[in-house]
Design a protein around this ligand. Structure first.
Ligand SMILES: Cc1cc2nc3c(=O)[nH]c(=O)nc-3n(C[C@H](O)[C@H](O)[C@H](O)COP(=O)(O)O)c2cc1C
Length: 175
């Protein structure tokens, strides 16, 4: 069993995936973790769109000029959304849930990568968010924070090197 520190150390961004679907049970466990994530006032403003249709993943893989192309080789992606009318801190709520998705995936031996959506542009005239919302027919009030691509790893990455931890970023009692 992974301890939490193992997980945190082992999780790296994986952008190459095997051509192998994710079992329903594993997917449910990953989603369960996100649904247990903390949210401000327990408002749970999120919505998660699970995408496993190849055609849609292909469309999503061009949602930005860079940083998302690998989606065309992912078996699955989860679009992390939240209702901004329910929470003024929906960004934080969605981000925490997204991090839970990534750690749960790692715990199940799967790789994942965050693809930033909010504040990103597909082209000069269209936001990445607007482009994706059309693809999934999302209602106006739901915002998109990110996409988490998930799959069986087709690349190995070293765990985080503990000797490179930036302890200088931590101070005690005072800045
Ligand atoms: C808020 C955020 C946005 C990110 N956006 C992207 C992205 O759009 N595309 C991508 O390939 N990786 C993205 N990443 C992954 C980072 O590049 C990655 O976490 C970082 O380089 C550290 O590498 P590691 O995850 O392997 O430790 C993002 C990560 C975070 C937390």
């Amino acid at each position: 069993m992974n301890t939490f520190n193992d997980l945190a150390q082992k999780r790296r961004s994986i952008r190459k995936f095997q051509d192998r679907p994710i079992e329903e049970e594993k997917l449910n466990n990953i989603l369960k973790a996100a649904l247990m994530a903390p949210s401000s006032k327990r408002c749970q403003p999120w919505h998660f769109v699970v995408v496993d249709e190849q055609e849609k993943l292909l469309q999503m893989s061009v949602c930005r000029e860079m940083g998302c192309k690998f989606l065309d080789g992912a078996p699955l992606a989860i679009i992390v959304m939240a209702d901004e009318s329910l929470s003024d801190v929906w960004v934080e709520d969605a981000s925490i849930a997204a991090a839970y998705l990534q750690l749960a995936a790692e715990d199940l031996g799967l790789g994942s990568c965050w693809i930033q959506v909010r504040n990103r542009m597909k082209s000069e005239n269209q936001s990445t968010e607007a482009y994706l919302k059309e693809i999934i027919n999302a209602p106006e009030h739901l915002r998109i924070e990110c996409i988490i691509a998930i799959g069986y790893k087709a690349e190995e990455k070293n765990p985080f090197d503990e000797t490179r931890l930036k302890w200088e970023k931590i101070t005690k009692n005072n800045f």
